[in-house]
Design a protein around this ligand. Structure first.
Ligand SMILES: *Cc1c(COP(=O)(O)O)cnc(C)c1O
Length: 368
């Protein structure tokens, strides 16, 4: 992680200090209030729980430091993605989304945006690098793509999109603002599922939108109030706590992933492997420019669906679960959700287990 990311995570750990008065709690309280003392209508920090409340503020401050931007928190990653798209599109508008990205985003395009008169065009991530953006209002990228881990040059997309008059929204879930900073590369908005690495313990759904255009962010904040798509205070507290150890967890997860990727690639049972941080991977050239490291996700292929399922069932240190970014190493066969990958393709999310212990368990499950 670079110095900027380290400085920011240190700031995150102490963000409450300057605002504390004598005897106040160091950690943010879980504020469950829906109403606030309001003898006058003007001048209060909070007035009604759907409009704003202190536990959300604590997380938005943390994420704001990491993104160096304004942040609006949402109850899930999809809520954040919907809010960003609704704020930037209207009937007749045209949006390009990846055909190989998070599949619920595609469903949102088909089942919600299209119904409201938005033209949704799906393009594979790698083809977006050369796609013509003329006539598009929004270009939506997700890099590395999920689950194939293809990578696209965000700065280049942003330059071309700007020239074509389109806004760029980047789903930065797989990287987090500590590992990749799309806003610095020219993206107008970042959307992310904090359900994943930021919360980190597979126990809270959460999301956020980040951006540096005050007018656009005000529209997104007001959209949250009108749609009522608001996070719960307990989830906000859990995410706040998760973010305090995000850098520490990512450091372990990503360094372990680099080791595991090399070992898997050398294993005779493994037919193919994708890890953007591995020299020789098709994503390596761009990822080493725009990502702090290769991340914690690995895609690899075993002979067939049966062998992949048997491996997952045999390995005691891999949770068979969907989702990623948690402290527990987790994996699944992605074709079971219809992703366009081989039946034996496994997406592995490396957790915080000591790496040699994890590898021993994986090697034993592969060799058996
Ligand atoms: C999980 C995920 C989402 C959706 O997040 P939820 O919190 O589950 O709504 C969006 N984008 C990506 C890349 C994801 O992995």
């Amino acid at each position: 992680m670079d110095e900027l990311a380290k400085t920011r995570i240190a700031q995150v750990l102490h963000h409450r200090k300057a605002g504390l008065s004598l005897g106040e709690p160091v950690v943010p309280p879980i504020s469950v209030a829906t109403t606030f003392h309001l003898p006058e209508a003007e001048g209060a920090a909070y007035y009604y729980g759907r409009s704003g409340q202190p536990t959300w503020d604590a997380v938005e401050t943390q994420l704001g430091i990491l993104e160096a931007a304004e942040v609006v928190a949402f109850p899930s990653g999809m809520a954040a993605i919907s809010a960003a798209l609704i704020a930037t599109l209207r009937a007749g508008a045209k949006v390009m989304i990846p055909s190989d990205g998070y599949y619920v985003t595609r469903l949102l395009g088909r089942d919600l945006l299209a119904v409201y008169g938005v033209v949704v065009v799906e393009v594979p991530t790698l083809e977006m690098a050369t796609a013509d953006f003329a006539g598009f209002d929004v270009v939506y990228v997700e890099t590395p793509s999920n689950p194939a881990l293809d990578v696209i040059d965000i700065a280049e997309v942003c330059t071309r999109a700007r020239a074509a008059g389109a806004l760029v929204i980047a789903d930065n879930t797989t990287m987090t603002p500590l590992l990749q900073r799309p806003l610095d590369l020219g993206a107008d908005l970042v959307v992310a599922a904090d359900t994943k690495a930021p919360a980190g313990h597979s126990d809270a759904l959460f999301g956020h939108v980040a951006g540096r255009d005050a007018k656009l962010m005000a529209r997104i904040r007001e959209g949250r109030r009108q749609s009522g798509s608001v996070p719960g205070p307990f989830e906000a507290f859990l995410v706040h706590r998760g973010i305090e150890t995000l850098e520490l967890r990512l450091a372990r997860m990503c360094s372990s992933a680099a080791v595991i990727a090399d070992r898997l690639a050398a294993h005779p049972r493994v037919k193919a492997l994708r890890y953007p941080g591995r020299q020789g991977d098709p994503s390596y050239a761009i990822s080493s420019r725009q990502m702090q490291n290769g991340g914690f996700l690995i895609g690899f292929e075993l002979a067939d669906a049966h062998e992949a399922e048997a491996f997952l069932a045999r390995c005691p240190l891999i949770e068979q679960a969907t989702s990623f970014g948690g402290v527990h190493t987790a994996a699944e066969r992605r074709s079971r959700w219809g992703d366009a990958v081989a039946p034996g393709f496994i997406r592995l999310s490396v957790g915080i287990e000591p790496v040699e212990t994890l590898w021993s368990a994986m090697a034993e499950a592969l060799d058996r």
